[in-house]
Design a protein around this ligand. Structure first.
Ligand code: DMJ
Length: 645
């Protein structure tokens, strides 16, 4: 006998029970819904109403958290900063008033010879001490600012409280109403000889903050006078080693070297991101070895390099994003088995160099295998790659989206740079690079309205978006480097046009500093070329524009590139410098009165931004000659391999 199943649940059947022809008129739909509703039992109706009310209450309760979270995701570095994984929004904080004197003048320049990631738990683990006092510091700072404003003692200029702290130019330049320095940092030609020194001074100021409040930790939090950990490996210190060497800051370099010799250990149970630790730590150690010849740095490079190798043990040999350098285990992010294309294709310069130095082929073999596979993959558009690749099957995922920004950017950079590093013999790398640049021209290049700025937008399933990340501003420099190495002249023309656009991304903002992302107007009749969405107004002290200025100046000797770089340095000093030491990323480049400091100095500010500025201003073209060195994507110069033929 058939027993009807027990119904422990309430079933609601919305399937049509009426015969007759389909009628989709509004009235029919309204009547039909009402009829369905009335067909329900009282219990069913009460249950539905109860659920709806519950959902409504939950929605109201969670709305602020959700919007805050979403804005955090948008604001977070999208790159795998590059970065990227998505970081929590840092609460707005105010600096404390300036009490100390102007930093000491630097010693003369020595020409001895540059939406984020990381396990969230780790990021915060070592902040406890700082966190406890953060609120106090912030509150105090806020109070002090108010008092200061009231009695006129404090001159509030964004993160910098006192114009005396601005390091560049003479006092006269800064104070005169018509002085170029007051027109968004326009430089005075007379002081040009001092510009390298101004960068040294900025570096010392940043270093002071790191040394006083974050020594041996990953990143300085200059406003709360504390630090944050990402990998717990002294990231800023390692990223800054070769910058100190290049800037001739010997004392600082020796102190840092002593820390590396006595304190730095990679034998730690810690998850690190393969790409970030390769470009910052392995790259930083290898370049410091190249510059100094000190075997300490090579030994440390071997140590971290070998500890990163488990990342390549995947079914496809496309590496996982994360490695535990203590346990020797690797894994993808919790939510996916994909890796980011830029990440797996921007570790090659470093591992290849490690193999050359150690004569151990496994490093180079592992990263060459990745390039070989990516070269052959379906899913590219005229040489442009998607943003994700699966570590199980080795195929691109999330296909149809093409960008030169976050998650794809340094793939293109490393095609060219590997070709240069290896002595311009690896034709496949060059072919892929040339094809990709043609792909950019065909699919992503447009001009804005009304002033016709050339920009690189994005493509999503055939739909063009006029969005450009600041990260894309590496491209003018890379194109110029290619042209310098014999690639077509029109690459240099395009480099110059894009350089102008990247500069405009700074100069058109009220602080003279670029936002993280801009949108270009393309409609006739637009009144301005560049728009910035609210969530994109932050500046993380990124290097890409000054990096490109350095290349463009080296190859053209056009003075304007130096002038632009100097303006940018002045604006960093004006809006991001923190009086007690360090520089901070800011939330709003459009508000010079309240740029809203974020309380974080990224390691690449010392590793890249200040290094490229110094090299831009240096008159010595042999200071890291571009015919002898190739910079990795974190500005660490690695030797171009001597020809063996
Ligand atoms: C750096 O870590 C590297 O330059 C990377 O390629 C991109 N993101 C940051 C700087 O913006």
């Amino acid at each position: 006998m058939h027993t009807p199943p027990r119904q422990d649940y309430v079933s609601i059947n919305f399937a049509g029970q009426r015969s007759g022809s389909y009628n989709n008129s509004k009235q029919w739909r309204r009547q039909s819904c009402w009829r369905k509703w009335k067909q329900l039992s009282r219990l069913q109706r009460s249950l539905i109403l109860f659920i709806l009310v519950l959902l409504f209450i939950c929605g109201i309760a969670t709305y602020p958290t959700v919007t805050e979270h979403l804005s955090g995701l948008t604001e977070g570095e999208q790159h795998t900063d590059s970065n990227s994984v998505l970081r929590p929004v840092v609460p707005h904080v105010l600096p404390e008033p300036l009490k100390q004197a102007r930093p000491p003048l630097p010693e003369p320049t020595s020409k001895k010879l540059s939406n984020r990631r990381g396990p969230p738990v780790l990021q915060n683990r070592l902040q406890k001490k700082g966190n406890a006092s953060d609120t106090v510091v912030d509150d105090k700072a806020a109070e002090t600012k108010k008092e200061g404003e009231d009695n006129g003692v404090i001159s509030w200029r964004g993160a910098v409280i006192d114009t005396d702290q601005a390091t560049e130019g003479t006092k006269d330049e800064q104070n005169s109403e018509d002085s170029p320095a007051n027109q968004k940092g326009k430089p005075s030609k007379e002081s040009e000889a001092n510009w390298p020194e101004a960068v040294q001074q900025s570096f010392r100021h940043a270093w002071k903050g790191y040394k006083d409040f974050a020594w041996g930790h990953d990143e300085l939090r200059p406003l709360s006078k504390s630090y944050s950990e990402w990998f717990g490996l002294g990231l800023t210190l390692i990223d800054a080693l070769d910058t100190m060497w290049i800037l001739g800051l010997k004392e600082e370099f020796e102190e840092a070297k002593a820390w590396v010799a006595t304190e730095l250990t990679f034998n730690k149970n810690v998850d690190v991101n393969l790409f970030e630790s390769t470009i910052r730590i392995l790259g930083g150690l290898l370049s410091t070895y190249a510059l100094t010849g000190d075997s300490l740095f090579l030994d440390k490079a071997k140590d971290i390099g070998s500890r990163l190798m488990p990342a390549f043990n995947t079914p496809s040999k496309i590496p996982y994003s994360d490695v535990n350098i203590g346990k020797g285990t690797a894994h993808p992010p919790r939510w996916t088995s994909d890796s980011t294309v830029a990440e797996v294709t921007s570790i090659q310069l470093e591992f290849r160099e490690l193999s050359r130095l150690t004569q151990e082929p496994q490093y180079q073999a592992a990263v060459a295998e990745v390039m070989k596979q990516v070269h052959k993959l379906d899913g590219k558009l005229d040489g442009l790659v998607p943003m994700f690749i699966n570590t199980n099957n080795g195929q691109f995922t999330h296909q149809g989206i093409y960008t030169l920004g976050a998650r794809a950017d340094s793939y293109y950079e490393y095609l060219l740079k590997q070709w240069i590093q290896g002595g311009k013999k690896e034709d496949q790398l060059l072919e892929d690079y040339l094809q990709a640049i043609e792909g950019v021209k065909r699919n992503l290049l447009q001009k804005s309205s009304p002033n016709g700025l050339t920009f690189v937008g994005e493509l999503s399933h055939g739909q063009f978006s006029p969005k450009m990340d600041h990260l894309v501003c590496f491209l003018p420099g890379t194109l110029a480097l290619g042209a310098h190495n014999g690639l077509p002249n029109d690459h240099m023309d395009l480099a110059k046009q894009l350089m102008e656009t990247c500069y405009q991304m700074y100069v058109q903002m009220e602080t003279g500093l670029s936002p993280e992302i801009v949108h270009f107007n393309m409609h006739e009749g637009s009144t301005r070329d560049i728009e910035v969405k609210l969530a994109d107004r932050h500046n993380l002290l990124r290097p890409e524009t000054v990096e490109s200025l350095f290349y463009l100046y080296r190859f053209t000797k056009d003075q304007k590139y130096r002038d632009w770089g100097y303006e940018i340095l002045q604006n960093f000093n004006k809006y991001t410098k923190v009086s007690s030491g360090g520089y901070t990323s800011i939330n709003n480049v459009r508000d010079p009165d309240y740029p809203s400091p974020r309380d974080k100095m990224e390691s690449f500010f010392l590793g890249e931004t200040l290094k490229y500025l110094y090299l831009l201003f240096s008159d010595d073209p042999n200071l890291i000659s571009l015919d002898q060195y190739v910079f990795n994507t974190e500005a660490h110069p690695l030797p171009i391999w001597p020809s063996t033929v």
